[in-house]
Design a protein around this ligand. Structure first.
Ligand SMILES: Nc1ncnc2c1ncn2[C@@H]1O[C@H](COP(=O)(O)OP(=O)(O)OP(=O)(O)O)[C@@H](O)[C@H]1O
Ligand SMILES: [Mg+2]
Length: 502
């Protein structure tokens, strides 16, 4: 295979950060090349350089042996490169077809827009990829997973030679990941070159031909996927110490006595039916199931974002069904939502301001001393949760994707919640930080915090939860305590199979 892309001595400095430091490696024609590394390692920055969003300070990019000066997205597109960015670039108030052809509209001979043709083209692509979305649907009506698939269809539609996927799977369901992998394999068989970023080692090894590891902006190595294993890659991403900690980890079986939260027979039409559960003080309760099983809606209801048609929710024995979200927050309930962009962060504020934004008094009215104290709370959390930033004053938008997610977690941790609701908390978070965050969670649990953790990652559920409820089609269908938690059975139940069918 010949060389398609070569990075030569690429460096990129942002104020306070060396995002890329003398990076050189190459990507072969027709291969699927994974790029891995911790949050803030420089993966997206490198892809943004290739996509023309950022200009490198030093170094050269070669495409097919020719040096290419990419100074804007148009250059990149003309060189046959399409990028599926980590943060979706679609418009919520446009339809699917309008999004797919945005900036790239097809025109009739008369010069007018050829919507008929665009609709037909878009429908063809969606159908070919078995993406169950109508071309006239408003983007705002789609789930995050479907939006992601539309973005992917858009990139494919640009008929590029090189497609970059920056964490495409983080918001996809298991089924959607499979669709995406089929698309990627199909593109490869047509001779396209694929760059693929993910924090999930299973996926990286499943799909890639070679893997490049970046660490603190530096190139660590490029490996043939068949000749390294996941442990070796994790060592290179996170350092030996951490991967040893990950392997040694086990949680003892614990018993709990005091019920802190009780959900009693809540139903909401089309979303969930007759759901009851108890959460004990200090317990980490998992809710496992497929996307669309009603898990998100259930915890949104506990947080007060949705109102059930019937049933009760009690905290310390008191029915809170009539309370608004704000009042529930005052009671000590907190939630890290599934969609960090839509909810959770104040985009034009600093890292420090975001972290302390959930603490009751706010900052404005406080004196200098208290302000200083809050800043130091923020500073400690930045260290503990391992947020890569040059300081509390950095604007949140300048953080890498995974580090923004960590700010949301830190924000609620600063408030010391009693009941912490987590929806796919580790989305986009690297293996090392994930371990740190769960370490903190386990420590807070010992101080009485209780957690309900919705996750699609079974390994995460097995590692962290004291007890797990399986949800399917809006109902809780079974419960596993720690001793009973067996991966295969839980996955089978969530999917609606018998064990033997798996
Ligand atoms: N526009 C920017 N201004 C300032 N700093 C930036 C900007 N973009 C990225 N950075 C910084 O550069 C570093 C690398 O960020 P990058 O987004 O490339 O990381 P990443 O490897 O993609 O991480 P993640 O896995 O979290 O997505 C980070 O420290 C980030 O804060
Ligand atoms: Mg990134």
């Amino acid at each position: 295979m010949s060389e398609r892309i070569r990075f030569e001595n690429i460096s990129k400095v942002f104020p306070g950060t060396i995002a890329l430091d003398d990076v050189s490696f190459s990507i072969k024609r027709g291969e699927i090349h994974a790029i891995v590394g911790a949050n803030g390692a420089g993966k997206s920055t490198l892809m943004n350089i290739l996509g023309g969003q950022y200009k490198n300070d030093q170094g050269k990019v070669f495409i097919d042996g020719k040096q290419l000066a990419i100074t804007n997205p148009d250059h990149s597109r003309r060189a046959g490169i399409a990028v599926v960015y980590q943060e979706l670039k679609l418009c919520d108030n446009l339809t699917v077809v309008e999004n797919v052809f945005l900036g790239n509209e097809l025109r009739k001979k008369s010069g007018g827009m050829d919507w008929k043709k665009m609709r037909a083209e878009a429908a063809k692509i969606l159908k070919a990829f078995k993406i169950d979305v109508g071309v006239n649907e408003m983007l705002s009506d789609l789930t995050i997973g479907k939006k992601q698939l539309v973005e992917i269809a858009k990139a494919v539609c640009l008929a590029a030679n090189i497609i970059i996927f920056d964490e495409p799977t983080s918001s996809l369901s298991m089924k959607e990941v499979k669709i995406l992998f089929d698309i990627i394999k199909d593109l490869k068989s047509k001779g396209l070159t694929i760059l693929f970023i993910s924090h999930r080692m299973g996926e990286v090894f499943e799909i890639s031909d070679r893997i490049t590891v970046l660490r603190d902006g530096k190139w660590v190595g490029t490996f043939n996927s068949a000749r390294v294993n996941s442990d070796q890659i994790v060592d290179m991403i996170a350092g030996k110490e951490l991967s040893a900690f990950l392997k040694s980890k086990s949680i003892e079986k614990r018993t709990f006595a005091k019920v802190i939260l009780e959900v009693d027979g809540i139903s909401k039409k089309k979303l969930y039916k007759n759901v009851s559960l108890k959460l004990y003080e200090g317990e980490i309760l998992g809710i496992y199931g497929l996307q669309g099983a009603g898990r998100t809606e259930l915890i949104q209801t506990i947080f007060g974002l949705l109102r059930p048609d019937e049933g009760k929710i009690k905290v310390w024995g008191k029915n809170i069904i009539a309370l608004k979200t704000k009042q529930r927050i005052d009671l000590g309930i907190a939630m890290v939502p599934e969609d960090r962009k839509g909810s959770g962060l104040f985009q034009n504020m600093t890292v420090g301001e975001n972290i302390i934004s959930a603490i009751p008094q706010g900052v404005e009215k406080l004196g200098l001393i208290q302000k200083g104290r809050l800043q130091s709370i923020a500073g400690d959390l930045i260290k503990n949760v391992k947020i890569k930033t040059y300081g509390v004053k950095q604007n949140i938008e300048k953080l890498s994707g995974g580090n923004q997610q960590k700010v949301i977690i830190a924000k609620w941790l600063a408030k010391k919640p009693k009941v912490f609701l987590l929806d796919e908390i580790s989305r986009g978070i690297d293996v090392g930080s994930k371990a740190e965050i769960f370490k903190m969670m386990q420590a807070l649990r010992k101080q009485g915090m209780s957690v309900i953790m919705v996750s699609s990652e079974i390994d995460e559920i097995l590692a962290e939860c004291d007890r797990t409820l399986i949800m399917r089609q809006g109902e809780i269908i079974s419960e596993f305590n720690r001793a009973e938690m067996v991966k295969k059975r839980m996955v089978a139940q969530a999917m609606g199979f018998e064990d033997e069918e798996l």
